[in-house]
Every structure is written in C-alpha cells, then in structure tokens.
Design a protein around this ligand. Structure first.
Ligand code: UDP
Length: 312
C-alpha cells in the first residue's frame, strides 16, 4: 500500500511509519515539528520506501501519485502541549482534518482519524463505551483539544456520508513507550524522568484519579487492524487495566528503585477523574486486545528514558 501519515514524526505517528515500512508499504510522512521531532524518523530518512514532507497540514496538501490510505495523526496531544498551542490544536483538528479528508477523497483513499478518549471529557459513564456522548467543557483549557477532536470526528463522518469516503475513527487512550517526549508533561514521562533523577514524583491532587496505559506496539497493532476492517463508527483502542495515579506512582518508584517518594501538587483544571476504555467492540470486531502488561512496558520505557537522559 501507499500510505500517508500526518504527524508522521510524532510519537504514535512515527511508530505507525515503522509498522508500515516493516510490512513492505510505501510511506509518506508529513509533519511541521511543532510537537513532533526529526529524531523520531531519523532512522527512516534514507529508506527507499519512506518520504518526508515538512508542512503544516492546515495548508493545502499536494501529494504526487496515488494513495491507498491517509491516516490523520497530526496534533499536539499532551495537556501541556495543547495548552501551549491552543490555536494550532484547534486548527489541526478542524482545518487539518478537512485537508486530510479532502486529500483522501481526491485520491480515492481510505481515511483514518486519530481521535481520543478526551472526546468523553470528564466521563459520567464508566468505563467508556463508544456510544457514550461525553461530558466536555467547551470553554475550559482542555476544550481546544476535546472540541477539535469532536469536530474532527464529525468532519470524518460527514466525508463518509456526503462523499462516500471510506472512513475509520480510532479513539486512542493514554499510550506510552519509546519516543514519548521527556518534557511533554504527561504522567508517564514526568514520573519516569523524576524517578530516574531521584526526585519525588509529582502527583496532581490526592492521586485518586484513574487512567490506564497502553504500550505503543499494542496501540499501533489495534490501529492497523481498524484500518483493514470495515468498521466506520469509532472504536476504542486502549488498555482496560485501570489504576489510580497514586498506585501508578508507587509502581514507577518500585520499578526504578526511587526512594524519594511522592509530593502532591494542585490538580489541573478539568482533569478527568476517571478514564478506562470498554474494549468489547475492539475485541469483537478486530480480535484485538493489549498484549504488553504494565511491568513489561514500563521496564522498556524506563530503559529508553535512561538512555536518552545519559546522552543529554
Ligand atoms: N499527573 C500527575 N502528575 C504529573 C503529570 C500528570 O499526577 O506529573 C496526572 C494528571 O493530573 C492526570 C493523569 O496524571 O490526572 C494523567 O495525565 P496526563 O498528562 O498523562 O494526560 P491525561 O490522561 O490527563 O490526558
């Protein structure tokens, strides 16, 4: 296949590029590096089936030749980065999704949108199933991401309904692994970075809020299966192993041997209290469920960050 990945130099985007290259596909990645990094794709630069275009995907996309699939993964995605780039986040979810859908339509390609568990906001239904409409504050600091992705889902289905584009929507839950940015503010890189420096881990609030963590290879496998499937409605791809942030902090201190403990900081505005995917649909229609457990995935990720920090 000939596949275009917007946000191809990002965390999940670059792992998708690797996945498709390994499978024998030709890959065109687009990124403007506002949160992605050239380091994430440096190893692919000279590959004969890999091409890179440095561009903002909110501008008209011009691509030579045919395309089988367009995967729209460009967007700031950590709370710190979308609060730093609020207008770019709204633009890439709205204008960027429009351009990416338009390109898929022009090429007769399949379109897959990277959506998010944030469309459920601070959920009142738990765990979250795909038919839950969510509880989102449109005007809070996280609204720029949540509403951009909700708009992007609406745009994607409009392209299907109005133009018959073959569309797929993945709702991605917290994902971690190598190429997470150490400084993007997410809980996994924050805690691992702090633990490796022998500092106390910064728990927001009392740490009773919950999340679950999906290792990146599991996430990418789920996305590839969704792309190949016939399912047009959104599908949750995430790990249902829910835990409190307090328990997660204890786990990181245990795995790293960090003796500095934890400290408590104020909770960010609109920080969801609970989050956990119901993956009944992914299991049923994709035969997918996560394979990498927390200890295995975190051990690999800790080793990656330890290596990165040595070379800084
Ligand atoms: N969090 C924390 N300490 C940190 C960073 C994050 O306690 O240093 C909490 C954050 O408030 C949230 C959870 O960890 O409750 C996950 O945050 P993250 O930024 O990874 O992304 P989110 O899941 O909120 O999109």
């Amino acid at each position: 296949m000939r596949i275009l990945v917007t946000g191809g130099a990002g965390f999940i985007g670059s792992h998708l590029c690797d996945y498709f290259i390994a499978r024998g596909d030709e890959v065109i990645a687009i990124d403007n590096f506002i949160t992605g990094s050239p380091d994430n794709i440096a190893h692919l630069q000279n590959h004969p089936r890999f091409h890179f275009i440095r561009q903002d995907v909110t501008e008209h996309l011009r691509v030579e030749g045919y395309l089988d699939a367009v995967l729209h993964f460009a967007s700031p995605a950590s709370p710190k980065s979308y609060i730093t780039y609020p207008i770019q986040t709204l633009k890439v979810g709205a204008l960027g999704t429009h351009k990416a859908c338009g390109l898929a339509r022009a090429k007769g390609a399949r379109f897959l949108l990277a959506s998010t568990s944030e469309v459920y906001g601070d959920p009142l239904v738990h765990p979250q199933k795909e038919d839950y409409w969510g509880n989102v504050n449109p005007i809070g600091p996280r609204g720029v991401y949540d509403e951009a992705k909700r708009f992007a889902e609406a745009m994607t289905l409009a392209y299907h309904r109005a133009h018959n584009v073959e569309t797929r929507i993945v709702r991605i839950f917290n994902t971690y692994g190598p190429r997470n940015q150490l400084d993007d503010g997410r809980v996994v890189p924050n805690f691992i970075g702090q633990a490796l420096r022998g500092e106390p881990l910064t728990i927001h609030g009392d740490g009773s809020q919950t999340r679950s963590f999906t290792y990146v290879s599991d996430e990418v496998e789920g996305i590839a299966r969704l792309l190949a499937s016939d399912e047009r409605m959104p599908v949750n791809i995430g790990n249902p192993n829910e835990m409190t942030i307090k328990t997660f902090a204890e786990k990181i201190n245990e795995l790293t041997g960090n003796k500095a403990g934890v400290i408590h900081l104020p909770r960010p505005v609109d920080d969801p209290n609970v989050r956990c995917p119901d993956i009944t649909k992914a299991r049923a229609i994709l035969g997918w469920e996560p394979k990498i457990g927390l200890d295995e995935g975190m051990t690999k990720t800790i080793a990656y960050f330890a290596q990165k920090m040595k070379h800084k």
